[in-house]
Design a protein around this ligand. Structure first.
Ligand SMILES: *[C@@H]1O[C@H](CO)[C@@H](O)[C@H](O)[C@H]1NC(C)=O
Ligand SMILES: *[C@@H]1O[C@H](CO)[C@@H](O)[C@H](O)[C@H]1NC(C)=O
Ligand SMILES: *[C@@H]1O[C@H](CO)[C@@H](O)[C@H](O)[C@H]1NC(C)=O
Ligand SMILES: *[C@@H]1O[C@H](CO)[C@@H](O)[C@H](O)[C@H]1NC(C)=O
Ligand SMILES: *[C@@H]1O[C@H](CO)[C@@H](O)[C@H](O)[C@H]1NC(C)=O
Ligand SMILES: *[C@@H]1O[C@H](CO)[C@@H](O)[C@H](O)[C@H]1NC(C)=O
Ligand SMILES: *[C@@H]1O[C@H](CO)[C@@H](O)[C@H](O)[C@H]1NC(C)=O
Ligand SMILES: *[C@@H]1O[C@H](CO)[C@@H](O)[C@H](O)[C@H]1NC(C)=O
Ligand SMILES: *[C@@H]1O[C@H](CO)[C@@H](O)[C@H](O)[C@H]1NC(C)=O
Ligand SMILES: *[C@@H]1O[C@H](CO)[C@@H](O)[C@H](O)[C@H]1NC(C)=O
Ligand SMILES: *[C@@H]1O[C@H](CO)[C@@H](O)[C@H](O)[C@H]1NC(C)=O
Ligand SMILES: *[C@@H]1O[C@H](CO)[C@@H](O)[C@H](O)[C@H]1NC(C)=O
Length: 415
């Protein structure tokens, strides 16, 4: 309870006031709290995100009686422009802009990107517009940029007025937003329960090339997918877990080229899990093998989505995933998440893989590269034994010291 009250006080306390003066009188005024969030991505890769609070914004000097410009950092600006086209029904047009290179270190674009969001409010010239509810403003841009940017502002405690401001305070005649009128706290969309299909099964997969079983993989595999769905007319994010079934079919190519082998695993209805295995011959003594690319194709029809979609998510990592030595294999018994990206998560248990094999049988051979999660589990026993030994040494040492003291004491007494 105390925490809730504290949080409310904080929210109120962080609303900030901005006023535009004209010949000594306030002609435009804005109070708000909230934040601006932006992201950058080039379609395949997340190139960064940022979140800036309005309470650290400053008023930009060239604001005027119909346009309040806020400076959130050196380059991010949010403007509240009076759209007074229809007198008696004035609106606010939000505008935002930033210089990508100043905001996202990974983005090398110097041209400003300008965004607009839907105009909001409806108030007459002698009213102030008030919105206590938290409102999201989704901004869009018409500019075509090599990198995709998203921008969203959230305003809480917003109050704004243009003109007719007496003694620097808002008009008591306020027009309040619709969100405040239906002010029963809106239930946060409860996450739909996770759908799990079918039970987990230990699966064994292989790719052969003539009489050689060049790739072997086994374990329990779960693919978790987060997707947007419509439930009872409402948009919700659902999660579905699909355990790869034992009847999954593997195929592949072990002669793609000298350093790359591939494996495709087909299962469910239109699902696919693809791996590319790479041999890194650049390291001088030990040649390593790793998974250089993982690609998941899923179909949300499996989870009875209202409008099923098929999506393909590909993940690459510099240096590869799950590295092992050539001639050896990778093992991870623990429940371990190998990838978690773009709403797709691949989890394995009792997992093993070996690529670039030269034997025909179905047994893993050679040295083992074990995942860190297994090392932690297996180091519990040595640590316990070590601690017990240290304890023993301590006890012996104390016993010895006490013994020595006693014998000394008795020595003095006898003198
Ligand atoms: C996205 O950016 C990454 C890293 O900058 C780059 O490797 C990748 O090729 C880019 N993809 C596209 C489609 O531009
Ligand atoms: C930008 O987003 C649109 C729509 O989501 C997508 O079609 C397009 O490929 C994206 N472009 C880049 C460069 O990411
Ligand atoms: C306020 O500034 C904007 C742009 O800087 C300009 O278009 C507009 O005419 C100005 N309005 C007034 C009342 O000065
Ligand atoms: C915004 O503020 C930064 C300092 O945080 C300043 O360097 C920059 O010039 C300001 N921009 C404008 C348009 O006032
Ligand atoms: C950014 O782009 C400019 C001009 O296109 C180029 O000269 C510069 O080397 C680029 N910088 C980086 C880090 O890519
Ligand atoms: C679903 O999640 C995405 C990404 O986190 C978010 O942008 C979107 O608003 C969420 N949709 C719903 C209905 O919660
Ligand atoms: C494997 O890929 C190589 C190179 O693309 C191709 O020549 C060969 O036919 C493929 N083998 C199989 C079994 O698909
Ligand atoms: C082998 O194929 C992969 C993927 O098709 C490619 O990225 C790589 O450069 C190729 N390597 C050689 C040595 O041809
Ligand atoms: C998914 O995308 C990857 C990379 O673009 C591609 O190699 C793979 O074949 C695609 N899988 C499917 C089933 O379309
Ligand atoms: C792995 O996770 C599954 C469910 O996610 C659970 O049933 C199983 O016991 C876990 N196994 C281990 C070894 O933790
Ligand atoms: C595969 O067959 C070839 C020719 O039949 C033979 O030379 C080779 O030893 C065999 N390899 C294995 C691993 O059995
Ligand atoms: C490879 O997979 C096939 C089909 O599941 C199976 O019949 C065969 O025994 C497997 N080979 C090895 C060496 O495990």
């Amino acid at each position: 309870m105390k925490i809730v009250i504290f949080a409310v006080l904080l929210a109120v306390a962080s609303a900030k006031k901005f006023s535009v003066e004209k010949s000594g009188n306030t002609c435009a005024m804005l109070v708000l709290s909230g934040k601006v969030d932006a992201t950058a991505s080039n379609g395949t890769q997340d190139l960064g995100s940022m979140s800036l609070p309005f309470d650290s914004a400053t008023l930009i000097a060239d604001s005027n009686c119909t346009l309040i410009k806020l400076n959130l950092t050196s380059s991010v600006e949010v403007w509240f422009q009076l759209d007074g086209a229809t007198a008696g029904a004035q609106q606010i047009q939000p505008i935002a802009k930033f210089t990508p290179v100043d905001v996202f270190p990974k983005v090398n674009e110097t041209a400003d990107v300008v965004f607009t969001a839907d105009a909001f409010g409806s108030f007459s010239t002698n009213q102030s517009f008030l919105c206590k509810a938290s409102v999201d403003h989704a901004f869009t841009t018409q500019q075509v940029t090599p990198v995709n940017f998203t921008l969203q502002a959230t305003t809480d405690q917003l109050q704004i007025q243009f003109g007719n401001i007496v003694n620097g305070s808002f008009s008591s005649d306020t027009s309040e937003c619709d969100q405040d009128k239906t002010s029963t706290p809106q239930p946060t969309s409860t996450a739909a329960p996770t759908t799990v299909l079918p039970p987990q099964q230990d699966i064994s997969l292989n790719v052969t090339n003539g009489n050689v079983t060049c790739i072997l993989m086994k374990g329990f595999f779960t693919i978790s997918v987060t997707f947007e769905d419509t439930v009872a007319g409402k948009k919700v994010n659902r999660t579905g877990d699909l355990n790869i079934p034992a009847d999954a079919v593997a195929s592949g190519n072990c002669t793609l080229n000298a350093t790359v082998e591939s494996m495709q695993i087909l299962f469910g209805n239109g699902w696919e899990l693809d791996f590319l295995f790479s041999k890194d011959v650049s390291s001088s003594d030990d040649t390593s093998v790793s998974i250089s690319e993982i690609s998941v194709t899923y179909n949300t029809a499996a989870f009875k989505a209202a409008s099923p979609v098929t999506k393909n998510v590909t993940m690459e990592k510099k240096g590869g995933f799950l590295k092992t030595n050539l001639g050896g294999y990778y093992q991870c018994n623990a429940n371990s998440t190998c990838i978690d990206e773009s709403g797709v998560k691949l989890t394995t248990t009792d997992f093993k893989y070996q690529a670039f094999r030269t034997k025909s049988d179905g047994n893993f051979y050679g040295s083992i590269a074990e995942c860190p999660a297994d090392e932690e589990t297996s180091s519990v026993v040595p640590i316990a034994v070590g601690a017990a030994l240290a304890g023993l040494v301590l006890i012996v040492l104390i016993a010895y010291l006490i013994g020595r003291r006693r014998s000394r004491k008795s020595g003095y007494e006898s003198v």
